[in-house]
Write a protein that binds this ligand. Structure first.
Ligand code: TYM
Length: 343
């Protein structure tokens, strides 16, 4: 039996979403709604792997939901909910904590980056985070996960967990009628010209919520003036733009801005360079600022409108969680039977 195609993805409600989240992930999520059965989650339990101000966390969960909807997720087509409402995420994560090996988690680069030098003081949750992420995905037996490039390693671990589970319990899984294994080998979907949007201040660093400088990123909540100012102040080099992609090699800041333009305008990097190559950066930056404002201002306005009606946003999450729970409970029942837990 082949696995039914299903998409799962999520974002952490820790501060503002930015252009990297939008172009690297959200744009693809919206597109996949037309072709797949999709589940989109606000992963609030991942957020608390590092301390969050409780009041700010509650607002951030609603803000991220509003950003999802403003970007074009349709809660009638897709399931949109916050993770902590569906207790099976934590339940399956525990089973996966018992499947994954310490050696696998020790290799996770995100843990090393986030824990920094003071590893002894990092939470156990931060360390086990990839098992919770595998549970998010596999609870829905999702076959496709649209993400930015930085999530690649976590998705490899998800496949490792699925494979080990399928092997460790092969007789029970076959007896339950799952001839191809219980969990699918999930495919990452990392596509488009902006799978890794870089900081506007330093082309060697990824655009991130945690960058100390707000000028490093464009937030989805920035107004038109802030967006235009950040684009104009973005770091560049003194050379004019090349006419072909090859000329962007070794010019990370220029490459980043051209990639952003291509993604926002839904054109190829080649087409963007054919138009702007040979010209001054200032001309290109003005065009990019106008484009970014034109694309993001309506999203921003929609987010504000949605946030003015928290009852609506909460209703979407409640309804989404109810629908998610139906799938999650079915998976968890099978997992319990397979592993040998009484239910
Ligand atoms: P998070 O919240 O850090 O990021 C959400 C999504 O945005 C993408 N992204 C970027 N893409 C391009 N350029 C950037 N600079 C950039 N920064 C972030 C991320 O790749 C991601 O797709 N562990 C995940 C959340 C998660 C998850 C899941 C994702 C938890 N469970 C299950 C998929 C499936 C995270 O921290 O993403």
């Amino acid at each position: 039996m082949a696995f039914a195609q299903r998409v799962f993805s999520g974002m952490q409600p820790t501060g503002n979403l930015h252009l990297g989240n939008y172009l690297g992930a959200l744009v693809n999520w919206v597109k996949m709604q037309d072709t797949h059965d999709c589940v989109y989650c606000v992963v609030d339990m991942h957020a608390i792997t590092m301390w969050q101000d409780p009041a700010a966390l509650k607002s951030a969960i609603r803000e991220v939901t509003a950003a999802y909807l403003a970007a074009g997720l349709d809660p009638k087509k897709s399931i949109v909910f916050n993770q902590s409402k569906v207790a099976e995420h934590a339940e399956l994560a525990w089973v996966f904590n018992c499947v994954a090996r310490l050696g696998w988690l020790n290799r996770m680069t995100q843990f090393k980056e986030k824990a920094g030098k003071d590893r002894e003081n990092a939470s156990v949750g931060l360390y086990a985070y990839p098992c919770l992420m595998a549970a998010d995905i596999l609870l829905y037996r999702a076959t496709h996960v649209p993400v930015g490039e930085d999530q690649k390693q976590h998705l490899e671990l998800t496949r490792d967990v699925a494979q080990k589970f399928n092997n460790d319990f092969r007789p029970q899984i076959e007896a339950a009628g799952f001839a191809d294994g219980f969990f699918p080998m999930t495919e990452p979907v990392i596509q488009g010209p902006a799978t890794r949007v870089m900081s506007l201040r330093d082309g060697s660093k990824k655009m991130s919520k945690s960058d100390a400088s707000d000028y490093a990123r464009i937030n989805l909540t920035d107004d038109a003036d802030a967006i235009a100012q950040k684009v104009r102040k973005a770091k560049t080099d003194p050379e004019p733009l090349p006419s072909e992609p090859k000329g962007l090699e070794g010019r990370s800041e220029a490459e980043n801005l051209v990639g952003i333009y291509a993604a926002l305008s839904e054109r190829s990097v080649e087409a963007v360079l054919a138009e702007f190559g040979g010209g001054q950066f200032s001309t290109f930056k003005n065009a990019l600022a106008d484009l970014a404002v034109a694309k993001l201002a309506p999203l921003n306005a929609d987010m504000r409108r949605l946030l003015a009606d928290p009852g609506f946003v909460d209703g979407v999450l409640k309804d989404g969680a109810e629908r998610a729970r139906v799938i999650a409970a079915e998976t968890m029942n099978h997992v319990k039977d397979i592993v040998g837990l009484l239910r």
